[in-house]
Write a protein that binds this ligand. Structure first.
Ligand SMILES: Cc1cc2nc3c(=O)[nH]c(=O)nc-3n(C[C@H](O)[C@H](O)[C@H](O)COP(=O)(O)O)c2cc1C
Length: 184
């Protein structure tokens, strides 16, 4: 069974997109699609970028842990809010920190917003930087509009049937990419 790491990108007080990360973890585990864990950037509290991991003389323990988890994950889901038409600095910080760990890594992106467009503007710039660094982003999208009306604080989708249907399609491409990646 593959292992999927879910990056929860928002470090904001009263953040809402973390509920989407919880939803994916529950969905993957409850449907026996993969083992799953959340890499929570709010908990990691990485300092602002001073150099890639390779160049850090005495990297913090949690940076090493994060790098190991990205490297060993078979696939990654990034859950990101949209701020001013882009993704948050916390996420860019966490991407730039690594390099080798991202190479060829299958990544699915879920964008989240309070408005009606589901963070669609953040998607393009995030896909570009992940492509640039050498990751493999899958094309299926999972935009979440009106996030506070769509998920509760435990990660339950308020319209479970419709959301599960979308998640099935979204995650199937990630799982297929993981299998293709393993075959080499
Ligand atoms: C600084 C800031 C900028 C925002 N800019 C946008 C935006 O460009 N488009 C949008 O749809 N929502 C925008 N929002 C609303 C967020 O999408 C909404 O607050 C969402 O809940 C953010 O995710 P989070 O709660 O996990 O941080 C913005 C929110 C903040 C705090």
């Amino acid at each position: 069974m593959p292992h999927i790491a879910i990056i929860s990108s928002s470090v904001r007080i009263e953040r809402k997109s973390h509920n989407v990360a919880l939803y994916f973890k529950n969905y993957l585990e409850n449907n026996n699609l993969s083992t799953a864990e959340i890499l929570d950037l709010k908990e990691y509290k990485f300092p602002i970028f001073e150099g890639t991991l390779k160049t850090l003389i005495d990297p913090a323990e949690n940076v090493l842990e994060y790098a190991a988890k990205i490297k060993s994950a078979d696939g990654i889901i990034i859950v990101t809010p949209e701020y001013n038409g882009g993704f948050p600095a916390s996420l860019k910080n966490a991407v730039d920190l690594l390099y080798d760990e991202w190479q060829g890594k299958p990544i699915s992106i879920s964008t989240v917003s309070a408005g009606i467009f589901g963070g669609a503007q953040a998607l393009v710039s995030l896909q570009f930087i992940l492509w640039k660094i050498g990751a493999y982003t899958v094309t299926n999208m999972f935009p979440v509009p009106n996030v506070s009306k769509s998920f509760d604080d435990k990660g339950n989708a308020l319209d479970k049937i419709a959301t599960d249907k979308l998640a099935k399609v979204f995650l199937s491409e990630l799982i297929e990419s993981i299998e293709a990646n393993k075959q080499g």
